[in-house]
Design a protein around this ligand. Structure first.
Ligand code: SF4
Length: 276
């Protein structure tokens, strides 16, 4: 049975980032909307340039002290949450991961994964294998959609390869399909499920006003926005959840709903999100 959760706070007690900006330049990125749209810390043109946050990078860490009654399945840290890991910043990211892991913290590494980066992280941090989990974001199988929404991120097959590698190396693997960019995410679910030892998280897109304002303009871009907006509406999401409820139990049991979907039901005054 699927559980309903309340966002990334279900995954880790603390977030850690060492850059402002992200080369992937995803059009729907909350960190981009927050830093560019709301607080003007960067511009649309400079968001993809990554500035090292020296204080966060240099900070050393102790083992996070657990509180009584807290959820033991949660990670101490999630890294990164507002940028990604690339070949060009891999050394800094591994150094930061080492600073988090070496005192004994558990870390959920989140990424639109590049195979060489994931492979090197596993090689250099092998001694901390039991403290590491992976959360790979895989939002679409379509190259056209990925190139629009996540211009500099790896394509579907590349991310699947990274997922397979981590799974075969016996790491805890999770997949986040948020925001789901395909009309029906079942295709992705079925392709990734055999390589997910943890959970598959499903969520939809939000913030369309900001996305349109900060993204490319014109007829072609508008088609992508309209499509994404339509598949993020309740009737369509409800249909997807109905389809998911018919999947084999072994797949269904891995699926969790993100708060973007739960809140969609709440906003539409539905009493209950359907059980999968
Ligand atoms: S990879 Fe994540 S942090 Fe980077 S631009 Fe995309 S959504 Fe934002």
């Amino acid at each position: 049975m699927s559980k309903i959760t309340t966002g990334t706070k279900e995954w880790a007690f603390k977030n850690m980032n060492i850059y402002t900006g992200c080369y992937n330049d995803c059009r729907y990125c909350y960190a981009r909307i927050f830093n560019v749209g709301r607080f003007k810390r960067k511009s649309v043109d400079t968001w993809s340039q990554m500035d090292l946050h020296e204080k966060n990078f240099l900070q050393n860490h102790r083992k996070r002290q657990a509180k009584e009654g807290e959820d033991k399945a949660m990670y101490d840290y999630m890294f990164p949450t507002a940028h990604d890991i690339f070949e060009f910043n891999l050394d800094c990211c591994i150094t930061k991961l080492w600073k988090l892991l070496s005192p004994g913290n558990t870390v959920l590494i989140t990424s639109k994964p590049r195979l060489p980066c994931i492979s090197e992280i596993m090689r250099q941090l092998l001694v901390y294998k039991k403290q590491i989990g992976f959360m790979f974001t895989i939002t679409s199988t379509s190259t056209k959609k990925l190139r629009f929404w996540e211009p500099n991120a790896p394509l579907f097959e590349d991310r699947l390869n990274a997922l397979q590698l981590a799974y075969h190396q016996k790491y805890i693997t999770n997949v986040s399909i948020e925001p789901s960019l395909d009309k029906n995410p079942i295709n992705i679910i079925l392709k990734v499920a055999p390589f997910v030892s943890g959970k598959i998280w499903l969520g939809c897109m939000n913030w369309f006003g900001w996305i349109r304002k900060l993204g490319p303009q014109g007829e072609e871009a508008e088609k992508f926005y309209n499509f994404a907006e339509n598949i993020s509406k309740l009737p369509h999401i409800h249909k997807i959840l109905t389809d998911i409820s018919k999947l084999p139990k072994v797949v269904k049991d891995k699926i969790m709903l993100k708060d973007s979907i739960v809140n969609l039901y709440k906003r539409n005054n539905h009493r209950r999100v359907p059980q999968l």
